[in-house]
Design a binder for this molecule. Structure first.
Ligand code: SF4
Length: 367
């Protein structure tokens, strides 16, 4: 399959691995920002093929995992209201809130529907003018343009019974927060290619300069990851800290300009809480004043819902790269994808789920 098979070629992979080994002379700790990259690394055993001195730290780039517990609880409160049709992508339905999940709300009679696009939710709103229809808009810069377009269309078409529950987060402030942490071990980043396909690369050179870290924009196939690692290691060995684009087939320096214009119109930057990490200033989006009437938090008055994280789950440490998932005591025991204690075990992009799916036999047996 074009653009998949050619980026999984084992002969090219071997050459890249040999080049990484040849370039490495000392210990380096690299963070792959995106959960999709984490899954590719664990699924293909890429971390086990790298030199022992090159450590991959798994970053916070799984949108489901970083959606804060209080956002889940607000979604649950809205979804349980009579007259509401609550729409979401399927992966949010099993994410545990403080006492239940969206599946439980549906079992109890709530009208919770899985959709494949926020525009599907807008259509449901137009087909059901006597119901309130809410779409759960979570994720990074990647999913935000479609949500922005949906709100723009709702206003243009006058669909007043549609609203968006927004929990969007932004990658560059998270990179800054990771680098500012006193426990930070990260020396370089593989930036998330799909985020940069929307936003371009202009936000990253100031971060690379300020924190003296190489940042290599990287894709998701095995050869993409290996090339990202190779370029990062070469920069570290040479003492450089620059932004490189190793994913040019999808990422242009200027990004997707029409999408960015739509985002700038519909959203404005705000402080956000990241699940397991805490508050990061100016690290998310909310609806701008012009579109505030479509804000589900305001419409349903759920802004007062605040929820503390469980003390059992160590997903915050996982999301900051402080521990690997299997070092959590609950991994593979109390916590499995069937009975997840934390979001990093629920999401298909979560690091705990990746380790459970691809490594549990060796890791659980070894505990
Ligand atoms: S294994 Fe489960 S309990 Fe442990 S950090 Fe991961 S999600 Fe949380």
């Amino acid at each position: 399959m074009k653009y998949l098979d050619e980026f999984s070629d084992p002969d090219v992979a071997k050459k890249l691995i040999d080049r990484i080994h040849a370039a490495t002379t000392q210990k380096w700790a690299l963070m792959e920002v995106c959960g999709g990259q984490t899954h590719s690394i664990i699924r293909h055993g890429i971390d086990q093929l790298l030199p022992d001195s090159v450590e991959m730290i798994h970053g916070p780039g799984c949108p489901v995992c970083v959606t804060p517990l209080e956002a889940i609880d607000r979604a649950l409160a809205i979804a349980a209201r009579p007259g509401v049709i609550f729409c979401s992508f399927g992966d949010m339905l099993r994410v545990p809130g403080s006492s239940r999940d969206l599946f439980s709300v549906r079992s109890a009679g709530g009208d919770v529907r899985v959709v494949y696009s926020p525009l599907d939710a807008l259509k449901i709103a137009r087909d059901n003018p006597d119901r309130e229809v809410v779409f759960f808009g979570i994720g990074f810069e990647t999913t935000a343009p479609a949500n922005a377009m949906t709100v723009y269309q709702a206003q243009r078409l006058g669909v007043r019974n549609f609203s968006l529950l927004v929990s969007h987060v932004l990658v560059p402030p998270a990179i800054a927060a990771i680098m500012e942490s006193s426990t930070c071990r990260v020396q370089a980043f593989l930036a998330a290619g799909h985020v940069c396909s929307v936003m371009g690369t202009a936000e990253y050179p100031p971060l690379a300069r300020k924190y003296k870290v190489p940042i290599v924009v990287t894709g998701f196939e095995p050869l993409d990851i290996l090339e990202g690692v190779r370029r990062t290691v070469v920069q570290l060995e040479e003492g450089r800290y620059e932004v490189e684009n190793a994913y040019p087939r999808a990422v242009r320096e200027e990004g997707n300009v029409p999408a960015m214009e739509m985002l700038a119109d519909v959203f404005e930057v705000t402080d956000r809480t990241w699940r397991g990490i805490g508050a990061i200033p100016r690290s998310g989006w909310r609806l701008s004043e012009k579109y505030r009437a479509f804000d589900a938090e305001q419409r349903f008055e759920v802004t007062d819902i605040r929820t503390a994280e469980s003390s059992l789950c160590r997903s915050g440490e996982v999301l900051q790269g402080l521990i690997k998932p299997h070092l959590c005591e609950a991994f593979g025991k109390e916590c499995t994808p069937r009975n997840p204690l934390g979001a990093t075990m629920v999401s298909s992009e979560g690091a705990c789920a990746a380790y459970y799916t691809h490594r549990r036999l060796e890791l659980v047996d070894a505990k």
